[in-house]
Design a protein around this ligand. Structure first.
Ligand code: ACM
Length: 267
């Protein structure tokens, strides 16, 4: 398959209302299935909401991946040759992680745990301690990062170096910068990006919607509304991202000078 149908689902999860969250996610899964979506991205913390007031509140909304309610819905949806990446408030024996479950063909492929925690997230989440993953699906390669990872260009660069053609990006954005930053992440790595953001207000936070998909040339191929739930989908050919030439003579990966970048890996 050279092209595939990719979608970003924009929903409004609610803290402490699992039934509501299940319904929102099921509606997005149904819409994606009705539209023959191959790869679906859902927002960060889709099962739980975001602006917790305490660790107990986060814990109450968390689930074990892939045994939890939402994970099982994703497993079932994906069984028909599909992949979904969804943000999950993940419960483990070590504590809570802000995670992205990667589920394809009815199987749990991997879980990425957010490396760069934002704002009060430090109060309830343990930061992830492993490099972000690249997953092969239907002959294409997909990288995963979560929300505030956008502010650290190292993450998208690592994903590109690992061969990602498309970066799947569950988000709960509150700052205005990410939409343009992901254009830059696309250009500097010559990759597609798909950011699935949420809408609504929780406590002191206003979420900004505008879920988007960008191309390796830095075009915003699709952008959803600021206020409304919905789904944006389009056909892409991920192999376009294998061409790293930004001019006839400049390859954005091969032209790097890592011997001069030592400061990047110093504390
Ligand atoms: C964020 O990382 N949820 C802003």
């Amino acid at each position: 398959m050279t092209s595939l149908r990719i979608a970003v689902g924009q929903i409004e999860p609610r803290i402490g209302d699992l039934q509501w969250n299940i319904e929102q996610i099921q509606r997005a899964l149904n819409q994606a299935a009705d539209n023959n979506v191959d790869v679906l991205v859902l927002p960060e913390l889709s099962n739980s909401g975001y602006a917790f007031a305490s660790t107990d509140e986060a814990l109450d909304s968390s689930e074990i991946i892939p045994e939890g309610d939402i994970s099982r819905m994703l497993l079932e949806w994906s069984s028909d040759n599909k992949m979904v990446v969804a943000g999950i408030c993940e419960k483990t024996n070590d504590g809570l992680f802000n995670s992205a479950a990667v589920i394809a063909n009815g199987k749990h492929i991997t879980t990425y745990r957010k490396i760069h925690l934002f704002y009060k997230e430090f109060e309830w989440f343990i930061p992830g301690g492993a490099e972000p993953p690249v997953i092969e699906f239907e002959g294409h390669r997909f990288g995963v990062m979560i929300c505030f990872d956008w502010a650290f260009p190292e993450i998208a660069r690592i994903l590109a170096l690992k061969g990602a053609q498309v970066i799947l990006h569950p988000a709960n954005l509150v700052l205005p910068y990410c939409f343009d930053a992901m254009i830059t992440r696309s250009i500097e790595n010559r990759v597609f990006t798909a950011t699935a953001n949420r809408i609504g207000v929780e406590r002191d936070l206003n979420f900004t919607g505008r879920s988007q998909i960008t191309s390796p040339e830095g075009k915003r191929l699709l952008s959803l509304s600021k206020e409304d739930a919905g789904m944006g989908m389009l056909e892409i050919d991920p192999s376009i991202a294998d061409d790293k030439m930004i001019t006839e003579r400049n390859d954005v990966l091969a032209d790097r000078r890592p011997e001069l970048y030592r400061r990047l890996v110093e504390k």
